[in-house]
Write a protein that binds this ligand. Structure first.
Ligand SMILES: Nc1ncnc2c1ncn2[C@@H]1O[C@H](COP(=O)(O)OP(=O)(O)O)[C@@H](O)[C@H]1O
Ligand SMILES: [Mg+2]
Length: 466
């Protein structure tokens, strides 16, 4: 188990290092090439050694054949020339065997049981007296021999010399190949270093770049293949930069928004503290309570907006009945509507179900109804309709108030934006929350004029499919 650990570490190191991976591929290729080359070299060396041995065997056989004579008595005899055998003495302790016979098989000289190769003048590997030998046979005409027949000379030699030659050839081949492989390896390492240098430079630049300023990187500092990565990185950083800027703006706006009511609160508190008249004091404390409520509403809306932002909450996919949601919201606002002199009504289809975050969808309806109630003067009407049309759930909030001028309709969805001259208190966050929730649920929101004045806000959401 523990013996595997360093191997595992090596493997994970290899897997994660580009340089190590490239090097491993190149090394594997070189080793394959080396093995293949060695295989071919071995057979080439054997062939070469065989050719040399065969030539020597043929030379020796010729020398012996030429030494064969027919004497006056018609006897065939041979005086083996020493050179014919000494030529095999290469210091490897080889044994040489020969046999000279007439065409009809009479032994003239040599080993009678020396095996004959199957073809003439062609070397062949044979076994003789438990030795592996290479043997060659030569037919030679001999003048003066009866029937004009020839003689047959076979020479065989053990394999030591040939083996030594084979090894020498192989070693020389291996040496040159090894040098080639090592050189290829060195060139590869140097090439890799040069090729990866721009990437390393980019890495250095990324590590060195300061977090607060996201400067784009120069795409020309790397090769064409890596350029798209740098461009994507720059694009990504630009998005983050934009997001960071909007966050900064939001925080500073939120702080401003909180500061004004807090100042008011402090003033009202000190005013109430100084007041001696019981009735006026009660009035001051009531004003203080109202301001506190507004402030807590603002804090709540800030919180809702941050929650509605993508990525701030784990995405929820609940099945939400929008008609039921709208009914609950209206019930909660019924008293408020009555007090304001507004007729609050609901027209709801059943089965208007969407998939999304229930809390956020409810918050969306709350903000629309809250706006409609606050901006509609008494006596007025606010109607919420929920319907399913062609796979879309629409939530419409219609009021009989002043409506929103055409030129303001794009702006009212921005955070903290309020139409100038708006009498009611507010933070400018309500419609921003609505848009964030609707977009998050994959829908859209539009503002229109109602017939006879007033505003129609239509939220369209994809209906749940099952
Ligand atoms: N139903 C409506 N009728 C008229 N004006 C509206 C209505 N709803 C929103 N508005 C206008 O849009 C602006 C932005 O609304 P909102 O984002 O909810 O912020 P807030 O209500 O806090 O001012 C409001 O200041 C108001 O002028
Ligand atoms: Mg509002």
């Amino acid at each position: 188990m523990s013996a595997l650990k360093p191997l595992k570490a090596l493997w994970s190191g290899l897997r994660h290092s580009l340089r190590a991976q490239l090097l491993a591929w190149v090394t594997a290729t070189l080793v394959c090439v080396l093995c293949l080359n060695l295989y071919f070299s071995t057979s080439r060396a054997r062939e070469a050694a065989n050719i040399v041995t065969d030539n020597m065997l043929l030379g020796s056989a010729r020398m012996i054949a030429e030494a064969v004579r027919v004497d006056d008595g018609g006897n065939v005899e041979v005086d083996i020339p020493p050179a014919a055998l000494e030529m095999f003495d290469t210091g490897q302790g080889d044994n040489v065997y020969y046999r000279v016979i007439t065409a009809w098989g009479t032994l003239i000289s040599g080993y009678p049981d020396l095996p004959s190769p199957s073809r003439e003048q062609e070397g062949q590997g044979l076994s003789f007296h438990d030795h592996n030998v290479r043997a060659l046979m030569l037919n030679h005409p001999l003048v003066g021999l009866e029937n004009d027949g020839g003689i047959n000379v076979t020479v065989a030699v053990t394999n030591n010399g040939a083996r030594a030659m084979r090894h020498r050839l192989l070693l020389a081949d291996f040496e040159s190949q090894l040098i080639l492989v090592v050189m290829a390896g060195i060139v590869t390492v140097v090439g890799l270093r040069a090729g990866l240098a721009p990437v390393m430079k980019l890495r250095g630049a990324v590590l060195a770049s300061r977090r607060e300023r996201l400067e784009p990187f120069d795409p020309d500092m790397v090769q064409t293949e890596i350029k798209p990565l740098v461009l994507a990185l720059n694009d990504y950083m630009q998005r983050i930069e934009r997001q960071m800027a909007s966050q900064r703006r939001f925080v500073s706006n939120a702080a401003h928004q909180l500061r004004t009511p807090l100042t008011l609160l402090a003033t009202q508190a000190s005013f109430a503290a100084r007041e001696t008249d019981a009735e006026r004091r009660t009035e001051a404390l009531q004003a203080l309570t109202r301001s506190t409520r507004q402030l807590s509403r603002l804090a709540e809306q800030l919180l809702t907006l941050t929650r509605a932002e993508p990525g701030s909450r784990a995405p929820r996919a609940e099945h939400i009945d929008m008609a039921a949601t709208a009914r609950k919201v209206l019930e909660a606002h019924a008293e408020d509507a009555l007090r304001r002199g507004i007729d609050l009504g609901l027209e709801a289809d059943t089965g208007a179900v969407v998939v999304g975050d229930g809390t956020m969808l409810r918050e969306m309806v709350v903000n629309l109804v809250d706006n409609a109630l606050r901006y509609t003067p008494a006596p007025g009407e606010v109607t919420v309709s929920v319907a399913t049309v062609y796979g879309q759930v629409t939530v419409t909030v219609r009021d009989t108030g002043p409506g929103i001028p055409e030129s303001e309709r794009d702006h009212v969805f921005e955070r903290f934006y309020r139409v100038i001259g708006t009498q009611q208190e507010g933070s400018g966050l309500g419609l921003a929350i609505v848009r964030e929730v609707v977009v998050g649920a994959g829908g859209s929101v539009t503002l229109e004029d109602a017939e006879g004045g007033g505003l129609v806000v239509t939220v369209t959401l994809p209906a749940a499919t099952d």
